[in-house]
Design a protein around this ligand. Structure first.
Ligand code: HEC
Ligand code: HEC
Length: 171
């Protein structure tokens, strides 16, 4: 009789133990799903815990602002050149882009954010890549063609200050 009771008690105890362990495992699984989705390997400017969605959104934005593909900044994988090694720093364009990201963030943070009315938005994105790049990898290229942009250029408008000064008899 005593033996039977002991077995029952032991089985119950065993069951309780199993369910507790299982519940504990479920709980840790749940917590794991709140971790950042990806462990990024080589972020030096963007936040380490940036979600995959946000990073993809930014990267897509860079490609369209500069009219390039991912491989403009990202080097191919050494063992499989048909794929890109996103963590690699082999391309100078990626390093330049880091400076550009930092500059753009600073412009927004220092020169725009403080002048927003309260409550200030957590993030201000007034200046962005396309504002300067306008679909060119290097804005210098279209700036070199600047003279062709002045279609409405009016030579009569030139030396306006001098003309006024002359009329006033000051020159
Ligand atoms: C104009 C340059 C540029 C373009 C174009 C670009 N990236 Fe990036 N990418 C960067 C820079 C710079 C970083 C590193 C940011 C940092 O250091 O915080 C980066 C980081 C990444 C990372 C994180 C790698 C890691 O684990 O460290 C991924 C993934 C990535 N890019 C994917 C893409 C994809 C996909 C595309 C095309 C849709 C793309 N990138 C286009 C500049 C670019
Ligand atoms: C305030 C204007 C401005 C903004 C904003 C800006 N850029 Fe630039 N960027 C330039 C200029 C100008 C150059 C050319 C610099 C040179 O040739 O010395 C350049 C060059 C680059 C280059 C190198 C191009 C090459 O191959 O020669 C990359 C890559 C780049 N920018 C990425 C970005 C990204 C990504 C952003 C947004 C995060 C951005 N830039 C925002 C002005 C800007």
């Amino acid at each position: 009789m005593k033996r039977k009771l002991l077995t029952v008690l032991m089985s119950v105890g065993f069951l309780v133990l199993i369910t507790t362990l299982y519940a504990f495992k479920l709980k840790t699984n749940e917590e794991e799903s709140y971790q950042p989705q990806t462990k990024w390997k080589n972020l030096k400017v963007l936040p380490q815990n940036i979600s995959k969605d946000s990073l993809d959104y930014l990267m897509d934005g860079y490609t369209s602002a500069l009219s390039v593909k991912c491989n403009y900044c990202h080097a191919p994988q050494k063992d499989n050149p048909t794929k890109l090694d996103f963590a690699s720093d082999d391309k100078i364009e990626k390093e330049i882009a880091r400076g550009m990201i930092k500059m753009t963030n600073d412009l927004n943070k220092i020169y725009f954010q403080p002048h927003f009315p309260d409550p200030k938005p957590a993030q201000v994105q007034v200046v962005n890549c396309v504002m300067c790049h306008r679909g060119a990898p290097n804005p210098e290229k279209y700036l070199a063609k600047m003279s062709t942009m002045y279609k409405t250029y009016d030579p009569e408008r030139d030396n306006r200050k001098e003309k006024i000064l002359k009329e006033m008899g000051k020159q």
